[in-house]
Write a protein that binds this ligand. Structure first.
Ligand SMILES: Nc1ncnc2c1ncn2[C@@H]1O[C@H](COP(=O)(O)OP(=O)(O)OP(=O)(O)O)[C@@H](O)[C@H]1O
Ligand SMILES: [Mg+2]
Length: 169
């Protein structure tokens, strides 16, 4: 399916990550803000660094498992300080039903506060989501750099806006 990416202009906060490790470190710092119940949407083109960010976030939650794109399963359940449901909807076909991948149970567990939802290529999920924090990764000025932008629906919580203060340039 075709995936639309949001307009960067709609994201009020931006931070540069000058290396893959810097994108992972941003994810690790984001993990420290999670209390359970959050939905994080990771936008960005192929190879932008969404999974790299997810790896850092999971590391920050004490998840020892290797974090890969859940391309075939669509959803991976990882357990650390919080449960992470890592979804990647890139290969979701027009005839695939999100309910078949267990979306209802995932959303229930997130709603309960015991889990967080972390989704790459999340546009098919939007009809089921309300409050969320969204990150958009785009290529930076050189091949090893990315710009991460943040926004929230209905708004970006203050501590998340402050994440941008910790970039590396
Ligand atoms: N600053 C950076 N941040 C993140 N990744 C970077 C950066 N610079 C280079 N890279 C490289 O870009 C690639 C990012 O891959 P990653 O799997 O994280 O992207 P993705 O957004 O999840 O892609 P996909 O849409 O295919 O799932 C990796 O090979 C990584 O080493
Ligand atoms: Mg990925």
């Amino acid at each position: 399916m075709e995936h639309a990416l949001p307009d960067p202009g709609g994201f009020p906060v931006a931070v540069r990550a000058g290396s893959p490790a810097a994108s992972a470190a941003l994810g690790e710092r984001a993990a420290g803000l999670l209390r359970g119940g959050e939905t994080l949407l990771l936008w960005g083109p192929l190879g932008a660094g969404k999974t790299t960010f997810a790896q850092g976030l999971c590391r920050g939650l004490g998840i020892g498992d290797e974090v890969t794109s859940p391309t075939f399963a669509l959803a991976n359940r990882l357990e650390g300080r919080l449960v992470v449901h890592h979804l990647d909807c890139y290969r979701l076909g027009p005839d695939d039903d999100l309910h078949d991948v267990g979306l209802d149970a995932i959303l229930d567990e997130v709603e309960s506060g015991a889990a967080v939802l972390l989704a790459e290529w999340p546009d098919p999920l939007l009809p089921w989501l309300r409050d969320r924090i969204e990150l958009l990764a785009t290529p930076g000025a050189d091949p090893e750099s990315r710009v991460w932008r943040l926004r929230g629906v209905p708004e970006l919580p203050g501590p998340w806006a402050a994440l941008a203060a910790g970039g590396d340039g």
